[in-house]
Every structure is written in structure tokens, then in C-alpha cells.
Design a protein around this ligand. Structure first.
Ligand code: NAP
Ligand code: G3H
Length: 483
């Protein structure tokens, strides 16, 4: 079923129900993160082509919004089934495009199928509200409000490289479920995965023009598309820098932004250190730390600092490192050379300023070995920057207040973990942390996908999660009966 999306390794875009070649024969070469071989070529779309896509998206949405919830839900169930059936195709595409190991690719695809199904369940059981005017100042029992949810129109979904299936589908499924049309602009490195995903929704029966794709570099086409008059909503996941740029360009177009993080693992003196160390190591290093929710710093009470460090050191030795073509590995080559240079820069800066490297600090091409650093002080960049790579700084703290202060001083506010046996202390600290989610005795992580997922401060705007994404990409419409 995927033959129609390419010809001689040149991929096409899904435009108004057809797979179309680049108009100007202008393509970007997508290279394998693992061996630099060519994975394929994707079109650089022109502004004229984007205009055409958006015109069709507007028209298609008018028809799509009239379909029943049941019909949309059934199409989503079908999409989930097709996705699951083709898991192997997705895994082979992902492994080269984004360098994730097979096991993690497979779990991303299966999780996404679940997400799509859950979205269908949710939309199917969505009910409208009916309010009477009684009981409010000036209200009248003669007024009855019928409150329905309306789609917003055309949703622009912009996805990042690190979860090219999940973070595209988790925008597409709730958006179309509630009657929007979607234009997907996938991350360039990851766009072949995005095109495969669009094909799945097409095969499931989504009407022509309801899902379309736009490929091309964000740095070239991004400003144009995010400020386009035909976009009604932007659902973006990516870096804080690009998120801020979008808000400067998009004017009054509403947005959801899922951005960067600097999630802290806060370890209290009574924590179960064995469990804590396991959680921290897996939270920090899976997929080389290229997760928004990776644990990106440890704030540990001085009483247990040395013991925790010993346990972390013990466990980091079991983190597997290698090329995912050969096997499943925790730490794999980073997405590109620029990212690897950035991570090494953070390590070098920490060393120059007096930190102690406990483990790692080794690079082979873009593969950076898991690196653990202690004696990290607040003047070091690694204490504040999001590395998006396998480096974990440990900061010793004297009190809970100090831990909270350092945690909150970050520009980011995605998640934090607290490790302790005392639930009262955990809840007290959780209350004071400026983040979207606090995990108690667990690594920071996104799921379950039905929970609200959000970042505060520079980590984002708006809330995702199946029900929350449906709400964000729709609005109430009130019709008042005056009788
Ligand atoms: P990125 O460089 O910001 O790119 C994200 C997306 O934005 C890509 O599709 C990119 O396209 C596009 N883009 C680039 N410039 C644009 C512009 N001027 N206008 C509109 N779109 C533009 O991020 P990334 O490297 O792919 O992902 C890593 C970052 O995402 C990390 O900071 C991570 O924390 C964050 N992230 C956050 C969450 C969350 O839920 N909070 C989840 C995952 C990732 P091109 O690829 O063509 O440049
Ligand atoms: O990179 C951001 C993803 O949303 C993280 O999801 O915590 O399940 O790895 P995860």
C-alpha cells in the first residue's frame, strides 16, 4: 500500500487525495543517521503549493465536519488497525531516519495505534451539554443553552524528529476526530515516516483534503505557513526557540506548543536509592536522552549524595551503547553532528569549570557515550541547558528549599520527579514545583496518553492528551433557546 507515495526513491506529498511529485523538481536528500546512506528524497514545497494545499484543506473541512462522530471514529479504528499491521514498514523507515532502535520504534508505533483507538473511543462518547439559565444573577429559567463543540477549521500540525509517528498522530487523530482538517508539516529528518503515516489515514478512508502533507525545511517554509491566513490552529512540538519564533509570526492564530524541558529528578534523604537510581538512569539515557521528558538533572540531598552516585555509576555501566542496525541499544548516535557538538560543548564547559566526569565523555562520530557528571555547580551550562543527549549532571543540595529553588529557576517547566518514601513531603514539594507534571517515585515520562500533558514557562502553551487535545482543537458553540 505504500508504493504510491514514492517513485524511484523520490517521495510525494499527499495533496487533496493524490500523491503528487514536487512541482519544481526540488528535493531534499534524507540521509540515514546511522550510515549516511540515502533513505530517500522529499520535496521542498513552494509557497504556491502550500497555498493550494491550504485552499483544499479549507474546502475539505467543510464537508468533513458534517460527517457523523461514528463515521470519524470508525475511520480512526481502521487507521489504528492499518498502522499496527504495517508496524514492520514503519520500524524500517524510522530506524534509519531517526536512528531509534527497533524495539523502541515498534513500541512507538503500537502506542500510537492505541492512542488513535482511544481517540475514537473518546469522540464516540462525547456528549453535548444543555444548560438552563436558572440560578444565575439575571438568569432566567426561560433560557436554555445548547452547547456543542465545533471544530476550529484547518489545523497545522508540526512534528519533531524524535517521535515522528506518535507526535504526528497525536495531533492528527484528535484534530480530525472533532471535525478539523489537518496539514502535517513533519520534521525534515522524520518526514518519510510522516508521509507513511498520512498514507495510513488515507487508506483508512479519510476524505480527500482532510489530511495533507507539506514537506520542506522549516527554516524556509515555516514562517510562511505559520502565518498563513487559511490556518486556524497550530499544534506544534519542537524546540523552545522555534516555538517562540512561531508565536512571534502567527499573530492571533491559536496554538498549542509542546517545547523543551530540563526535568529534574529530586532525591530526598529517605528515598529507596536502588529504585531511584534505576529510574534516573533509564529516564536520562533511553534514546540517548533525545526525549522532551528525559531526566536532565539530578538534585540530591547531601546526606545521600555519595550513595546515590555509587548506585548511578553502577547502573550506568549497564546502559547499552551502539548502532541500532545491529541490535537494540539505549544509547544510539544522535540525530546530527550539530547536536553531538552541542552535547560535547556542555561536557567541556562543565569540565573547565571544575566538574568531575564520573563516566563517559567519549565520542565516536555522533555517538556519545552515556556521561555522568558530579560536582556540577550553577555557573555551568549543563545545569540549565537542555542537552537532548546522553549527559546527566548531578547537583548536591542542602535542603528541600534549595532543591525547589534550583528546580524552579530553570526557564523550563515540563516535569519533575521526586524520590522519597514520605508521601507528605512529596506532595508538599510537588505543590511548589513550577511544572506541568510531577512524578512521585518514577522517572519523568509522557504517558499514559489519556492524562493531560503540558509544560509551563518555556516548556509550552496549552494541554495535550486525548480528551484535552480534542478540547483544544475545538470550541464551544452556544445556541440559546428563549422560550
Ligand atoms: P525543532 O528543530 O524545533 O523542529 C521541530 C519542527 O519545527 C520540525 O518539523 C521543524 O522542521 C519545524 N520548524 C523548524 N523551523 C521552523 C519555523 N521557522 N517555523 C515552523 N516550523 C519550523 O525540534 P526538533 O529538533 O525536531 O525536536 C527536539 C526538540 O523538541 C527538543 O527541544 C524537545 O524537548 C522538543 N520536544 C518537546 C516535546 C514536548 O512534548 N514538550 C516532545 C518532543 C520534543 P525542520 O525539521 O524542517 O526544520
Ligand atoms: O519527547 C517527548 C515525548 O513526548 C516523550 O514521551 O516520555 O513517552 O518518551 P515519553
Amino acid at each position: 500500500m505504500f508504493e504510491k507515495i514514492k517513485e524511484n526513491n523520490k517521495y510525494k506529498n499527499l495533496i487533496n487525495g493524490n500523491w503528487i511529485n514536487s512541482e519544481n523538481n526540488d528535493y531534499i536528500e534524507i540521509k540515514s543517521v546511522l550510515d549516511n546512506s540515502t533513505v530517500g528524497f522529499v520535496p521542498t514545497m513552494s509557497q504556491k503549493e502550500v497555498d493550494f494545499v491550504l485552499e483544499k484543506a479549507k474546502l475539505a473541512q467543510k464537508k468533513w465536519r458534517e460527517t457523523s462522530l461514528d463515521k470519524r471514529a470508525n475511520i480512526l479504528y481502521k487507521a489504528a488497525e492499518i498502522l499496527e499491521k504495517n508496524v514492520g514498514v514503519f520500524v524500517e523507515s524510522m530506524i534509519h531516519e531517526i536512528g531509534k532502535d527497533r524495539k523502541s520504534c515498534k513500541s512507538e508505533v503500537l502506542r500510537t495505534a492505541d492512542f488513535i483507538r482511544y481517540t475514537a473511543d473518546t469522540i464516540r462518547t462525547m456528549t453535548n451539554e444543555c444548560l438552563v439559565g436558572d440560578g444565575f444573577y439575571g438568569g432566567s429559567p426561560k433560557k436554555t443553552g445548547i452547547i456543542k463543540r465545533e471544530p476550529l477549521g484547518v489545523v497545522l500540525a508540526i512534528s519533531p524528529f524524535n517521535y515522528p509517528i506518535n507526535l504526528a498522530a497525536s495531533k492528527i487523530a484528535p484534530a480530525i476526530a472533532v471535525g478539523n482538517s489537518v496539514v502535517l508539516k513533519p520534521s525534515t529528518q522524520g518526514s518519510i515516516c510522516g508521509l507513511h503515516l498520512a498514507r495510513v489515514f488515507e487508506e483508512a478512508g479519510v476524505f480527500e483534503g482532510v489530511i495533507q502533507t507539506v514537506t520542506g525545511k522549516g527554516s524556509e517554509i515555516g514562517d510562511y505557513i505559520v502565518s498563513h491566513k487559511d490556518i486556524d490552529f497550530i499544534n506544534f512540538t519542537g524546540s523552545t526557540a522555534i516555538g517562540k519564533r512561531i508565536t512571534n509570526k502567527c499573530g492571533m492564530i491559536p496554538v498549542i506548543l509542546e517545547l523543551g524541558g530540563k526535568d529534574a529528578g529530586i532525591v530526598l534523604e529517605d528515598a529507596d536509592l536502588e529504585h531511584t537510581a534505576s529510574q534516573i538512569i533509564s529516564g536520562a539515557f533511553s534514546y540517548s536522552g533525545q526525549r522532551c521528558t528525559a531526566i536532565k538533572r539530578v538534585l540530591v540531598m547531601e546526606e545521600v549524595h555519595d550513595e546515590l552516585v555509587d548506585k548511578l555509576l553502577d547502573k550506568i555501566k549497564n546502559v547499552t551503547v551502539g548502532n541500532p542496525i545491529d541490535d537494540n541499544f539505549d544509547v544510539v548516535p544522535l540525530i546530527n553532528e550539530k547536536s553531538a557538538d552541542f552535547v560535547m560543548g556542555l561536557i567541556d564547559d562543565a569540565k573547565e569549570k571544575g566538574a568531575t566526569i564520573l563516566y563517559g565523555d567519549k565520542r565516536e562520530g555522533n555517538l556519545i557515550y552515556p556521561t555522568l557528571i558530579k560536582n556540577v555547580t550553577l555557573d555551568m551550562n549543563v545545569a540549565w541547558e537542555e542537552p537532548f543527549g546522553p549527559v546527566l549532571p548531578i547537583i548536591k543540595v542542602k535542603s528541600y528549599e534549595e532543591a525547589i529553588e534550583i528546580a524552579n529557576k530553570s526557564e523550563y517547566g515540563l516535569q519533575s520527579s521526586i524520590f522519597t518514601k514520605d508521601i507528605n513531603k512529596a506532595l508538599n514539594i510537588a505543590d511548589k514545583l513550577e511544572v506541568g507534571t510531577v512524578q512521585i517515585n518514577n522517572k519523568t515520562e509522557r504517558g499514559p496518553d489519556s492524562f493531560p500533558f503540558l509544560g509551563v514557562k518555556s516548556s509550552g502553551i496549552g494541554v495535550q492528551g486525548v480528551k484535552y487535545s480534542i478540547e483544544a482543537m475545538s470550541r464551544p458553540k452556544v445556541t440559546v433557546l428563549n422560550i
